[in-house]
Design a protein around this ligand. Structure first.
Ligand SMILES: *[C@@H]1O[C@H](CO)[C@@H](O)[C@H](O)[C@H]1NC(C)=O
Ligand SMILES: *[C@@H]1O[C@H](CO)[C@@H](O)[C@H](O)[C@H]1NC(C)=O
Ligand SMILES: *[C@@H]1O[C@H](CO)[C@@H](O)[C@H](O)[C@H]1NC(C)=O
Ligand SMILES: *[C@@H]1O[C@H](CO)[C@@H](O)[C@H](O)[C@H]1NC(C)=O
Ligand SMILES: *[C@@H]1O[C@H](CO)[C@@H](O)[C@H](O)[C@H]1NC(C)=O
Ligand SMILES: *[C@@H]1O[C@H](CO)[C@@H](O)[C@H](O)[C@H]1NC(C)=O
Ligand SMILES: *[C@@H]1O[C@H](CO)[C@@H](O)[C@H](O)[C@H]1NC(C)=O
Ligand SMILES: *[C@@H]1O[C@H](CO)[C@@H](O)[C@H](O)[C@H]1NC(C)=O
Ligand SMILES: CC(=O)N[C@H]1CO[C@H](CO)[C@@H](O)[C@@H]1O
Length: 542
């Protein structure tokens, strides 16, 4: 573990201090290089190469548009290649990059679970960065016209073309690829098995939301479940705080109180609109999200001990603080010490329009690395996958403080007026129909682990079919992507069992079966199948 720590410490020196972006934005941590082990920061890429001399950082000539045969444009897609464990020239593991810069750690840090398995099974390892994130730019700006090329279908087709090309380049013999991914890349890993089954033998899709719900109010409900499991008095304590804050937000003097308690910058004033107030509650909800989503995770001491449901409930039920609103503020202060959103930890950034001014730009220089990642992620959500984390339906202790409208407005304000309610709804519906959602997701040889405390697990799929190894696995008492991280002392038994289950199935997937795999594998008819799949996409999508 000491190795992991030195990596974490190293990164704390190069923390990107964000101007106005919240530190936890829309279900995703932004720009905190210390912490985000899973989507390790771009800045680390050069360090990674000196840390892991065996790791190769390479470019792949990728197609711009897989669905237009007349479009011959190409671009450089970044990938990592780790041949350290390669013993077989046949078994290949692919880590799928997601909504942020991909770093070498996920291809090379030996304690990461799937890399331990790569070592054991002698696999070649690749890690492909997602288009429009990190260094992988099909087009050098993020205008709406350019972002039309940022879709899940293009990203899956990138993976397909990458796999086919690597098979040729490396001359893999009877290639048996297994894809891995966590969170949104977990969804891609699941969908890739569904859409391109002939290119892989199996997939692990960790904490994969495959239900593309636009209004993801269930997130808040799982947070509440987590509070209740932790301490039966905790949900009520949260409800008291939020309800009082909501009442305060309705009057001018009440808003003045909020200004003072939370040290808001900018302050609520006479010009404050409903949008500003929704945005404020969105920022408050972000803190509850950030404290829950990685609770007890193996990524660092911070998530083991400090950013946990337990800690959150201790603060929210603190009997030495009689004011429920101040308890919420204590929570914000606590969270800021681990996820600073500005230099002054006592300040709460509170401007909707500052966020829009940054993420609303299509210029990569204005956006910066973190702004670009946030914009790309928002685009995926607004344009296809939904996942908008509201509190406006179902039972939950957050009341209706974070309505869907906040995010619909955000989509329109960040992109343009064509990205409106109708557009967002219809694109989301198309995507849901295309992938099938939680109920109609279907593929063989796929393990779908989720954590019971992870709010994202509510969008997972749980229909099992052992006949063709569609294998959901709910891990009791863990959070987001917990199965992917290095082992740690005192981890729950359920996690140990989950990893063993995943590994056992990966082993099954890659098992060489001469009756099924001919001498040249099963890839003969691939190109025909792919052409067919592409036509289908064309038909459905463009
Ligand atoms: C990959 O291509 C980018 C430009 O798209 C370039 O900046 C970078 O240096 C290339 N990296 C390698 C390893 O060739
Ligand atoms: C590769 O692994 C398979 C089993 O997974 C084994 O049958 C085969 O002999 C191995 N090939 C080499 C070159 O090690
Ligand atoms: C409110 O908006 C008006 C018009 O934009 C502006 O003149 C005024 O200074 C604003 N008031 C405050 C307190 O910001
Ligand atoms: C987390 O909290 C523990 C005490 O509970 C403390 O010893 C440790 O330094 C903290 N770690 C981090 C990274 O904040
Ligand atoms: C409890 O509340 C008091 C008064 O606000 C504060 O000083 C203390 O840090 C709080 N403890 C926790 C665990 O939040
Ligand atoms: C689901 O996938 C399996 C394996 O590919 C296939 O045998 C089965 O027919 C599919 N079921 C449906 C309803 O599509
Ligand atoms: C699995 O296959 C068996 C035998 O073909 C069949 O009876 C059973 O219904 C199948 N189970 C599922 C979940 O499809
Ligand atoms: C999950 O774990 C908790 C505590 O470890 C235990 O009380 C509970 O019964 C478990 N739930 C299931 C479904 O196994
Ligand atoms: C099988 C299973 O555990 N399904 C659960 C998935 O998560 C939702 C939301 O928390 C639950 O309602 C399901 O029971």
């Amino acid at each position: 573990m000491s190795n992991l720590f030195s990596i974490l410490l190293l990164f704390s020196i190069i923390v990107v201090v964000l101007g106005k972006l919240p530190n936890f934005f829309h279900g995703k941590e932004i720009g905190n290089a210390r912490n985000n082990y899973l989507k390790r920061h771009l800045k680390s890429k050069n360090l990674a190469n000196s840390e892991y001399p065996w790791l190769q950082t390479l470019n792949f000539t990728q197609k711009l548009d897989h669905f237009d045969p007349y479009n011959k444009k190409t671009w450089n897609q970044k990938y990592f290649y780790n041949p350290k464990y390669s013993r077989n020239n046949s078994i290949i593991f692919l880590m799928i990059g997601g909504e942020g810069p991909e770093s070498g750690h996920w291809a090379a840090y030996p304690e990461v679970q799937y890399l331990k398995w790569a070592d054991e099974f002698g696999a070649d390892v690749f890690d492909l960065e997602h288009r429009f994130f990190g260094d992988s730019w099909p087009i050098g700006d993020m205008s709406v016209a350019s972002l039309k090329y940022l879709t899940t279908e293009q990203a899956l087709a990138d993976l397909a073309y990458f796999i086919q090309s690597m098979n040729q380049l490396h001359g893999f013999n009877n290639p048996r690829w297994v894809t891995f991914g966590g969170s949104y890349p977990g969804s891609l890993s699941a969908w890739f098995r569904q859409k391109y089954p002939e290119l892989t033998v199996g997939s692990v899709a960790s904490s994969a939301p495959v239900n593309l719900k636009l209004d993801f109010f269930e997130y808040a409900m799982v947070v509440e479940d987590g509070l209740r499991i932790t301490d039966p008095n905790c949900p009520e304590a949260v409800r008291q705080g939020i309800t009082q804050m909501q009442q305060l937000s309705l009057t001018e003097t009440g808003r003045e109180t909020l200004n003072n308690v939370f040290n808001l910058v900018p302050k609520f004033d006479k010009n404050t609109t409903k949008l500003d107030i929704n945005n404020f509650f969105g920022n408050i909800f972000n803190v509850f999200q950030g404290m829950t989503q990685y609770t007890y995770d193996g990524q660092s001491d911070r998530t083991h001990f400090n950013m946990t449901l337990r800690k959150m409930c201790n603060i929210m039920t603190n009997s030495s603080e009689s004011d429920p609103v101040k308890r919420v503020h204590n929570l914000v202060l606590w969270y800021n010490t681990f996820e600073p959103s500005s230099d002054d930890l006592t300040v709460m950034q509170n401007s909707y329009w500052d966020i829009i001014a940054q993420i609303g730009s299509s210029d990569l220089k204005v956006l910066g690395e973190d702004g670009a990642a946030a914009r790309g992620w928002m685009w995926l959500c607004c344009n296809e996958i939904g996942f908008l984390q509201t509190t406006d339906q179902g039972r939950n202790v957050f009341g209706s403080t974070v309505p869907l409208n906040l995010f619909i407005d955000m989509c329109t304000d960040m992109f343009d007026s064509s990205i409106n309610m109708d557009y967002i709804y219809s694109r989301n519906l198309q995507a849901q129909n295309y992938y099938g959602g939680a109920d109609f997701y279907n593929a063989s040889n796929v393990v779908l682990p989720n954590g019971s405390l992870d709010p994202w697990h509510a969008l997972g799929t749980y229909h099992e079919n052992q006949n063709y190894s569609k294998l959901p696995y709910l891990i009791n008492g863990t959070a987001h992507c917990s199965d992917m991280y290095p082992e740690y002392d005192g981890e729950p038994e359920s996690l140990v069992a989950a990893r063993a289950f995943i590994k056992m199935n990966v082993k099954q997937f890659i098992r060489y079966d001469p009756n099924v795999d001919g001498p040249h594998g099963s890839s003969m008819s691939n190109s025909i199948l792919i052409v067919f799949a592409l036509l289908l996409c064309n038909y459905l999508y463009f």
